[in-house]
Design a protein around this ligand. Structure first.
Ligand SMILES: Cc1cc2nc3c(=O)[nH]c(=O)nc-3n(C[C@H](O)[C@H](O)[C@H](O)COP(=O)(O)OP(=O)(O)OC[C@H]3O[C@@H](n4cnc5c(N)ncnc54)[C@H](O)[C@@H]3O)c2cc1C
Length: 368
């Protein structure tokens, strides 16, 4: 079995390693360098999330898969098991926290509800507005571009070959052609090109969701957990044109990464100062100490989202008589969390194995 993977973001790199480990000869074709797309722009929060149906099982498997490799990832990709702290700021949000706690318990995800006292003990810098919390200790953070490069370095006895600087311009069921005229052939073609998958598969229903982030100078000890407001999960699937949520992460350097926003249908890379100001205001509402810090820079990245809110993993029809290819794209704000589980779904669909319960219902059909 040989495979061509188009796109070396976190998803393509994970698929490449998974298939090479399963015995396939894999050529991973990346237009720029591994991890350079949306993967380089995000927060790298490995988060168990309950949003649209199926998301909890999908992210649970995803976060667990990274955790199984934690020892190596600590050295290779700055993996730290910070846990996630979800916070509520009023009675209706406390109810949401309780519902999330029940759902996590039913799914076997370790999580602990915290009163204001528990919350202060966990994160002393949080404002009084945060009145309760839900701590998910198994969640973690990672430096995603390094993780993509680490996946690509695992040659699997020479079966995984990485080609950087190779942009694919045309694909067929068992071939791909690059802009330098080279042609690659394999039994299976897997398109993992993020939002740019649309250039190869024009009918793929992907929508851009631009996000802004900011990073501060170093303030070691200011924060221990990745902290988010409970409304964040709903904002990831919101249909409003712009949304901003409190979403902050302590980097291993002591810097604080501050997110996050969503603008549907915006692909431009330039920053919008009004959104940067909204992000800062929202963050200071829950973490007043941020008023005293220096922000080093802000940037944007573009998430690729599907209409259903769940990624597209399966087979897709190429235009005209070109046949079928595999696709793994549209992971919105969860592509890092779920890259390894996506890779195992792709492998099992290609080799015809069944998936663990929960995922079989989601991705058991084989042809999407
Ligand atoms: C602001 C922001 C915050 C985020 N935070 C998180 C988070 O905390 N946790 C989380 O799990 N996820 C997060 N995400 C989402 C996550 O970054 C993405 O879901 C994930 O990186 C998608 O990976 P990918 O491999 O599908 O796409 P990409 O990383 O975009 O990779 C696609 C690759 O394909 C290559 N490519 C494209 N076209 C071609 C072609 N024709 N030929 C060859 N190569 C090609 C590109 O160069 C690129 O490297 C965030 C995203 C953003 C923007």
């Amino acid at each position: 079995m040989d495979c061509l993977i188009i796109g070396g973001g976190i998803v393509g790199a994970a698929c490449a390693r998974e298939l090479a480990r399963a015995g396939a000869t894999v050529d991973l074709l990346e237009a720029d360098y591994l991890g350079s797309g949306a993967t380089s722009a995000g927060m790298g929060h490995l988060v168990t999330l309950q949003g649209v149906p199926g998301e909890l099982e999908f992210t649970r498997h995803g976060v667990e898969a990274w955790r199984r490799e934690a020892d190596e990832l600590k050295r290779a990709a700055e993996y730290v098991q910070t846990g996630t702290l979800w916070i509520a700021s009023g009675p209706s949000e406390v109810e949401l926290l309780e519902q999330q706690s029940d759902a996590f318990a039913a799914a076997g995800v370790d999580a602990e509800l915290l009163t204001r006292t528990g919350l202060v003990a966990a994160e002393p810098a949080l404002a009084e507005a945060a009145c309760a919390g839900l701590r998910v200790p198994g969640d973690a953070i990672i430096y995603a571009p390094k993780a993509a490069q680490w996946l690509g370095r695992q040659s699997c006895d020479g079966r995984l070959r990485v080609h950087q600087g190779v942009r694919v311009t045309r694909v067929g069921q068992d071939w791909a052609e690059a802009d330098d005229g080279r042609r690659f052939a394999a039994a299976h073609v897997i398109i993992a090109a993020g939002l740019q998958a649309k250039a190869l598969l024009p009918d793929l229903p992907l929508v851009a969701k631009r996000g802004h982030l900011m990073i501060t100078d170093r303030y070691p000890g200011m924060l221990r957990h990745h902290v988010l407001e409970i409304g964040y999960a709903a904002s990831t699937h919101a249909q409003s044109s712009v949304s901003v949520s409190f979403n902050v992460q302590p980097r291993p350097t002591g810097q604080i990464l501050i997110g996050s926003s969503r603008e549907i249908g915006v692909e431009s890379a330039s920053e919008d100062p009004a959104i940067v100001r909204q992000l800062a205001r929202r963050a200071m509402q829950f973490l007043p100490g941020l008023a005293e810090v220096s922000v080093l820079r802000a940037w944007t990245g573009v998430r690729a989202a599907s209409a259903s809110g769940m990624p597209i993993i399966g087979r897709a029809k190429l235009p005209g008589p070109l046949g079928l290819v595999w696709v793994a794209a549209g992971h919105e704000g969860l592509g890092v969390s779920t890259a390894l589980v996506t890779a195992s779904i792709v492998r099992s669909r290609i080799v015809g194995e069944s998936l663990p319960e929960g995922l079989e219902q989601l991705y058991g059909e084989g042809v999407s």
